[in-house]
Design a protein around this ligand. Sequence first.
Ligand SMILES: Cc1cc2nc3c(=O)[nH]c(=O)nc-3n(C[C@H](O)[C@H](O)[C@H](O)COP(=O)(O)OP(=O)(O)OC[C@H]3O[C@@H](n4cnc5c(N)ncnc54)[C@H](O)[C@@H]3O)c2cc1C
Length: 97
Amino acid sequence: MSDYDLIVIGGGSGGLVAAVGAAHLGARVALVEKKALGGDCLFTGCVPSKALIASARFAADVRRASDFGFAQTSLQFSGDNFASITARYCQVNVKNK
Ligand SMILES: Cc1cc2nc3c(=O)[nH]c(=O)nc-3n(C[C@H](O)[C@H](O)[C@H](O)COP(=O)(O)OP(=O)(O)OC[C@H]3O[C@@H](n4cnc5c(N)ncnc54)[C@H](O)[C@@H]3O)c2cc1C
């Protein structure tokens, strides 16, 4: 008799959904992940890209400050380079862990 009904290889979006869904149906599930749970979506895809888009949208809105009745102001990266933006999405991921 085997220990598991299902062995899922990969803990990305697909693997997590398959494993959790099968477990909810009563299956004995093993999930094997070689790096970190979350896969592309969490570490390089959905979450980081949306964090970058949010920063870009914010900068675009600030550029249009006068259209919304505010004095025009300039916006600079903290630390004077783009690393502050990538650091933000790393923080977004840490908060989600
Ligand atoms: C820039 C970008 C933005 C995106 N934005 C969105 C979005 O807004 N909305 C959306 O729905 N989708 C988005 N996607 C797509 C989304 O990231 C993928 O559809 C999703 O990550 C696919 O999940 P997956 O589980 O199939 O694969 P993956 O996320 O690649 O997960 C596979 C997992 O398997 C593990 N693995 C691989 N080989 C082995 C092994 N031999 N043993 C153990 N583990 C292994 C890997 O380490 C990884 O954790 C985006 C993708 C990109 C690149």
